[in-house]
Design a protein. Structure first.
Length: 556
């Protein structure tokens, strides 16, 4: 009897323990072992003719703490929020209970949503339901989003607030309207609070990040509409310029205003200032760099600037020795192949592919390392840079590519000054002039060495450098052709692969250089136009005067 009683007590205790382990809190320690995350926020705003707007926000998150999720909508200034609806990844629609009580338990909040009024705004709230991965879809409507001014109508809202419980990994905002296309014919757009891009696409204004969001990042949209597009129910006295001036305070758009004006002035000046003045100025600059007239430079077979591509590229640009820009990229690729940093392979169709051997450029060679890292990122998970892969990547990373091209110029001049070839302001010293003449003379030699009687053997390493500098000067194909014709046995020894393969390698390197030039020019065009609201990069600072935002949000 006693043993059966003891056994029964044991079984009851075991059952109680099993029940306790099955309770919701049993999984908390496991769930909380995961990191809280906001993987992505996608917001779609649809504007209506009366100036109201419908919002749909999709949040892909990992919840590890708190009992609810909330969005802040403060500083409403007459805007009203209504029609809150929340669904989760299961398709379950949460019950709208009206006024939200943050002190309720997790179980009481589960499957419910509501609006909490606080101060001069509201918080849109719902129960997290449980810890782990969730996808919440939130929709609501706001009145008086578009406001009338004396000269234009406008929208100025903070759509993603700073201070979220976790910094979002990706954010995208799309703004359109249900009765017209939003394009540059009648709309201008600016973005603040984050590093990213603002663009017009398919009748909508798109905001997207180009860098990871930080804790203090936000998304502030400012849109200007021509009169007649909307019939807003709310308005205020004043001009859009006043709104824009306030928003631009503290932004890096302010840096673009003068730059944009300078571009306009330069375009006008092109018709007013005689072209001969420009030609004369360039001639003076070239003569200062060379220490003589360019036509008096002979040919030289020596490698200039002790092989420094950064220094040589700076001089090449200043002298106009290459017809195309950013040829340093092609030269660096050939050198990285020669150094065993890049490997040449071919795909099933015989097209050249570049792969990474595991070696890297020297850490102090910021120019080579920067190009290497861009190529590595463009190659994707397989670490094989295939045809057109870099050009596609470059189109999506305009600012990063443009920053690298600027780095090339800065590093080139710094190296010239450090080596005693030029002053920090770019005035060339006698030693630098001698090296510059070597570079100009090397181009003459490489173009004509089949006619110079230079038939004697040269070191293999020197011929490799001739190809590298040929790429820098934009004539690598001509150098390779002459080397093959004059010394075919030396060509094979120098390259370790056949001539058709080298032709493909040179072409690939030239196309990559062209992709860099195209992306840099596209970025410059964006910067020139973005202050005028035609799209382009956003500004992390500025954006003052917005409505509808606040601080905080996420799990609580």
């Amino acid at each position: 009897m006693g043993s059966r009683t003891a056994h029964s007590a044991f079984m009851r205790a075991a059952a109680l323990l099993a029940a306790l382990l099955g309770m919701p809190w049993a999984g908390l320690s496991v769930a909380r072992a995961a990191e809280p995350q906001i993987r992505s926020i996608d917001i779609e705003v649809t504007l209506h003719r009366d100036g109201s707007a419908s919002f749909t926000e999709d949040w892909d998150v990992t919840v590890t703490e708190g009992t609810e999720w909330y969005l802040v909508r403060q500083n409403l200034d007459g805007m009203e929020v209504s029609g809150l609806s929340v669904t989760d990844e299961t398709g379950r629609r949460y019950a709208d209970i009206g006024e939200w009580d943050i002190d309720r338990s997790m179980a009481e909040k589960a499957g419910k949503s509501g609006i909490r009024h606080s101060g001069d705004g509201v918080e849109l709230c719902w129960g997290v339901g449980g810890y782990g991965d969730h996808r919440y879809s939130v929709s609501y409507r706001m009145s008086r989003v578009v406001r009338a001014l004396d000269d234009y109508d406008y929208l100025h809202m903070q759509l993603v607030s700073p201070g979220l419980s976790s910094a979002p990994q990706a954010v995208a905002v799309s703004i359109g309207c249900d009765f017209a296309q939003l394009d540059t014919a009648s709309v201008r757009a600016w973005g603040f609070g984050f590093a990213g891009e603002c663009s017009f696409s398919d009748g909508r204004v798109i905001y997207s990040g180009t860098e990871p969001f930080r804790h203090e990042s936000s998304v502030i949209a400012l849109l200007r509409f021509d009169k007649g597009l909307f019939s807003p129910t709310a308005g205020e006295a004043g001009s859009f310029d006043e709104v824009l001036d306030r928003a631009l305070e503290g932004s890096d758009y302010e840096d673009d205003g003068p730059a944009f004006a300078v571009i306009i002035l330069i375009m006008l000046a092109a018709f007013l200032i005689p072209i001969l003045l420009t030609v004369a100025a360039r001639a003076v600059r070239r003569r200062q760099i060379l220490g003589m007239k360019p036509k008096d430079v002979g040919w030289c077979r020596d490698i200039p600037f002790r092989g420094s591509l950064a220094e040589s590229a700076y001089v090449c640009t200043e002298l106009g020795l290459a017809q195309k820009r950013d040829t340093i990229a092609a030269a660096l690729i050939l050198r990285m192949i020669h150094l065993g940093i890049l490997n040449i392979g071919k795909d099933s169709r015989g097209r050249v592919e570049l792969s990474f051997t595991g070696r890297r450029p020297a850490e102090d060679d910021r120019v080579a390392l920067g190009l290497y890292e861009m190529m590595r990122e463009a190659s994707g998970s397989d670490s094989v840079l295939q045809e057109k892969e870099f050009s596609k990547w470059a189109k999506k990373h305009l600012s990063k590519v443009a920053a690298w091209t600027k780095l090339c110029g800065r590093q080139g001049l710094r190296a010239l000054a450090a080596d005693g070839y030029a002053t920090k302001s770019g005035r060339f010293l006698p030693e630098g002039q001698a090296e510059a003449r070597k570079l100009a003379g090397l181009k003459n030699f490489l173009l004509d060495f089949s006619l110079t009687g230079e038939r004697e053997a040269a070191e293999v390493s020197l011929w490799k450098e001739y190809l590298v500098f040929g790429a820098l000067l934009g004539i690598a194909d001509k150098v390779a052709e002459q080397l093959r014709d004059i010394r075919p046995e030396l060509f094979t020894e120098a390259q370790e692969y056949d001539y058709p393969t080298l032709e493909q390698v040179i072409l690939r390197s030239m196309l990559l250089s062209r992709a860099i030039t195209n992306s840099s020019q596209a970025y410059a065009a964006q910067k020139a136009g973005r202050s005028s609201g035609l799209g382009g990069g956003t500004s992390f600072g500025g954006g003052g005067g917005f409505r509808g935002g606040g601080f905080g949000g996420g799990s609580r």
